[in-house]
Ligand binder design. Structure first.
Ligand SMILES: [Fe+2]
Length: 281
């Protein structure tokens, strides 16, 4: 299964100084021995070096929030394609994704996942390197047509009920020269005469991503681990678990490399917050 070669187990290090180089090289690293969220925030910002602009906690991933989130999903109307935004239960394996994908160019270019308490059983993490996926497509004569599609054909990155104003390709080089490869479960072909053809390409991208997740190695975050991720290049997620005491904080970081820097907090339940606050970074 060649797609597993895109599945990454990050190197574990003890010093923030080593994180930046590893994230640049491998797309991710684990900083160990981070005792609390405050230290996680400062370590994350320090790892961005002089490029660091902003860092902050985005979400606390615990099962305690599940009921409210599930209710919000159930109450939303279907979008014009008949879709609803789904919610992944703790007992389900998460779809691979870049964090903040709903916010398009405002998504953070760096992500930090601080593990305060792992699940007693399960809940292991996975990472998929989209840059490596592209290399694997390029090396396969049967998939050669994926390369021009991924770079050049714009698709719809919107979540249901949260439309983005611009179509964009699956991968790109950002204005500041960063590689960006994206996936989330709502990617869809753009409307138009090539829609059916484009859908087959999006499905092949999805197949490769999910194969890397399902057949590649996973790794366990222990208490005090800070998983530092290039959120433009890497997809992440966790395996299923059933431990209500698991606690992990998602911290979003923007550097001067980010395509756009939102002025305020990003909230999926407030569609206009991000759109109203655009500044280039
Ligand atoms: Fe996430």
């Amino acid at each position: 299964m060649k797609w597993t070669e895109a599945s990454v187990v990050p190197v574990r290090v003890f010093s923030t100084d080593e994180v930046s180089d590893l994230v640049r090289r491998d797309g991710a690293a684990v900083l160990t021995g981070v005792p609390d969220e405050r230290t996680a925030l400062s370590a994350g910002l320090r790892s961005l070096g002089t490029k660091g602009v902003r860092i902050g906690r985005q979400i606390e991933a615990t099962q305690r929030n599940e009921a409210a989130q599930a209710r919000a999903v159930a109450e939303q109307p279907s979008d014009d394609k008949g879709r609803k935004r789904a919610f992944t239960l703790a007992t389900e394996r998460m779809p691979p994704h870049n964090d903040g994908y709903a916010f398009g160019d405002f998504a953070p270019d760096h992500l930090f996942l601080w593990c305060e308490r792992p699940a007693a059983v399960g809940g292991d993490s996975f990472l998929v390197d989209t840059s490596r996926l592209l290399d694997l497509f390029a090396a396969d004569p049967d998939n050669a047509d994926m390369i021009p599609f991924c770079w050049n054909v714009a698709v719809d990155h919107s979540e249901p009920n949260y439309p983005q104003d611009r179509l964009q390709p699956l991968v790109r080089l950002t204005p500041r020269g960063r590689f960006q490869g994206r996936y989330h479960p709502y990617l869809s072909a753009a409307d138009g005469p090539t829609r059916e053809r484009d859908r087959t390409f999006v499905r092949r991208w999805e197949h490769a991503v999910l194969s890397a997740r399902d057949h590649g190695p996973m790794f366990r975050l222990e208490a005090g681990d800070l998983l530092c991720i290039d959120n433009y290049r890497m997809l992440h997620g966790r395996d299923s678990h059933n431990d209500p005491r698991r606690r992990l904080c998602a911290i979003w970081g923007w550097s001067t490399d980010a395509v756009s820097l939102p002025e305020g907090a990003l909230d999926i339940n407030d569609p206009w917050a991000a759109a109203a606050s655009s500044t280039g970074a």
